[in-house]
Design a protein around this ligand. Sequence first.
Ligand code: MSP
Length: 652
Amino acid sequence: MDNFYITTPIFYVNAKPHLGHAYTAIIADAATRFHKLMGRDTYFLTGTDEHGDKIVKAAEANGQTPKAYVDKISGLFKGLWPSLEVRNDQFIRTTSPAHIKVVQEILQKVYDKGDIYFGEYGGHYCFGCERFYTEKELVDGKCPQHETAPEYIAEKNYFFKMSKYQGWLIEHIKKNPEFVRPERYRKEVLSLLESGALEDLCISRPKSRLEWGIELPFDKDYVCYVWFDALINYVSALGYPDGDKFKKYWPATNHLIAKDILKPHAVFWPCMLKSAGIEPFQRLNVHGYWLIKDTKMSKSLGNVVEPLDMIETYGLNAFRYFLLREMSFGQDASFSEEALVGRLNADLANDLGNLFNRTLSMTHKYFKGMIPVPDNAEEIEDAEIKKLGQKAMEVFQTEFAEMRFARALEGLWELVRGLNKYIDTVQPWTLYKNKNMKRLSTVMYVMLENMRKIAVHVWPVMPDAAVNMLRQLGIEFDPRKVDLSKEMDAWGLLDTGTMVSETSNLFPRVDSIKKDEPEAAAAKPAKAAAKAKEAPKAVDGDSGAIEFEDFQKVDLRVGTVVEVGKHPDADRLLLVQVDLGEAEGPRQVVAGLADFFKPEDLKGRQVVVVANLKPRKLRKQLSQGMILAVKTESGMELLTASGTVPGGSKVS
Ligand code: MSP
């Protein structure tokens, strides 16, 4: 069995966790779950980075000792993960004795090898990054990360001979295209390494300046530089050098980081490993930054997004889905609640939720809630949807394995949307009306079995929702019993005769952004909120104005016209059968369209329907709703969406 070891950066404990930290942890969790389903033995490590200047300063600012402070903030990180369904196997802290021991062992090893020397150094020191910068690296004399002027510090220190490994590292990266992914970051590292001589790395801090660190085993007046200490967590956690986990999982390693800490991971860390005689890790995966309306998230701008606020408002499933679907791996992405609500409504409520709701209620209506035994005969639509499903699952699995989560989900949603279309095409309600139960049983089985496949695939992304979806299909989910790689070809895993739930309702629509009082202009949908507040003013005094709540009472839906007939007693009226994605099948709307459209012109078109209009009879024919149209000089135009949408989509 292949092993899969994944790590997140160990987070600094100088501030509480935010969206950025949550993102890395969530994708590490999603990747772990995915590889579990692919049959791999997985191990997922996260933790906290607790030494260094930065931490001491934060502790001082909070009037606490470093120890009390790191205990508190580390606890916040550890405590957050279960609420995000992040299931790490281990949580490492760099202040733990086991980690300290390994750091000292490695320092001694590298020192004994002659790769550490004592020297004097003067450089530009950024306290935020806890590192020296060369003139060349500064931007307008400032640290590129923190945009603050560094301090010039000259002192005697220990240095790691990183320059010695420059040639080896260039070769290694060239020979192993997978070593740094995506490609743009591999290129960035290579160009950095090839642009000039690599400087040696200052790996100590005199205790006279900083005591909060790991003491050097060969000089008690110095502590270890926080990055040298921190990077070692990836092997100390596994019990390096003799631990079973180290033997099992190293070097099958996938490090996961954002672009901010590319250099320590792609340059310092491989050189350290090489010097210590440890095999290089397999792969470094680098993602972009979450921005808030194109601005960096920062405490001083007051635009920090708190993961717990988001899950409280929109639910964990929608939050996790949004993060994975919205960011193209490797590139920056913009976070906003409007975008989250957009995805929740379109992809989850409309596409996925609708699919589950309508199929489950049809199963109840047509088969008393039991999964029917399919007929052997397969029609062209069944073969087509199976093929579409195979392709969708293949794309999902290939892209997910490469950490291209957005593309993976995009691929899977081809199947979700395909199934909604399949329902519209095969029209189960017509089969039911015509008592064609043989065909209907196949159609329902095709739907339900595909829904099972979708639920299993979304488990890494929305574990909670997936378990519920499967439960609704009568399955108690056990990841150990699933082999995702076989799902493409497998068929018929759903047991016939099983009782399914009557309704689903896993992803209720959110009609507007739930929080309206933005505390930070950039973080919250300030514009939308401001506009909403201004609106009543603009129509003040207009007696025809209605309240928003009144407008909300009107349920407008897009439906597909499946049949049109003439009204037997009225020349100007047509009897239009519109599919609104309801289990009962299409409903009849009596519309005054006969002067403008021939029945065949309307068939197949999508129209907007007032769906909650009280039913009434028009010349003895029942009308359940109203089709919206615009009268023009030359005739009549029908209202519709700008693209095809699933039947029943709500207009909002
Ligand atoms: N302690 C070091 C890492 C040592 S690893 C041996 C550190 N800590 S950190 O708390 O600053 O975390 C940085 C990481 O947090 C990023 O690499 C990324 O994983 C995550 N993110 C922090 N802000 C982020 C965004 N705005 N967007 C996406 N991820 C970000 O660096």
